[in-house]
Design a binder for this molecule. Sequence first.
Ligand SMILES: [Zn+2]
Length: 303
Amino acid sequence: MMKPLFRALISCIALSAFLAPAAMAVTSSVKPVYYVPTDKSWSFSDFHGVQCGVRNVQRWYSRELFNDNARFDKVITYYGNYSSNHCLNVNMGDCIADVVNGTGIDPWTNDKYRAKLLIIGRGFQGWAGGTGDTAGHGYAVVGAESLVAQSECAGNWWCNQEVWNGTVIHELGHTFSLPHSADPNSIMGAHSDFENKHFTAGEPSTVATDPATPTKDPNWTRCEFDEQCASNRCGCNGGNTMYCLPHSGYPKYCSSGSIPNWEHCRNDSDCQSGYCAPDHRGEYACLPHTGYQYCPNTDIFIP
Ligand SMILES: [Zn+2]
């Protein structure tokens, strides 16, 4: 069920569609779509903000899942056929259908390639809801203002990036079939304080059964942070490239000043440029100079 945050914070209900397991291997991923309604315009800074926010959510899932990562596709923009007022106040279902029809991403298809459709709507304000199952299907809808345009939602308690992160994590949890939790430590009982909230009890194992959560990356895969690696260890082994390292016998430090632009980094001193910061994907990388500020207004959460 979809309910605006400002009416009822955690009253959205996860509706599970129970489907027979497919015989063949199924792949699924979270497919983020930035919805720009007819009365709103697109900007690089908003779009980068959305990418950086989505990246935070992906990192959180890597932290919370024991053996898996959540698979996310790149954020795409969809120019909608409805106004933000129509979506927010008249019929959100029209706008969801607009995305499905316009992008071809059907969250309920039973193809081998399935989708957790994540609609991030400009002008959707505090709207937040999600539903899905553990067979790779589902969708969630959230507003963008609390992430990228706080001046347009000022005065609402949810109007900040920290709550946006927690809200998307929570609604995506519903797309993995998770119900609400009474555990004060579970993100499924809250939208705030996401860095200190977790998946608790059986929540991680439920999410891990979904084809949208493949196993963590094997040794010597290129990496950005520890939790994406099966070894829980990402580093340079003294060189200039970050890999998932087999064990603590392989040092994490990078050769000082050795990493070229656009490659993952740990610290400023690792980079040829002397500048390690979130890039346009919200991933930490060596950037040419401090003039590159892709996530200037979006705190990036590093597990
Ligand atoms: Zn909920």
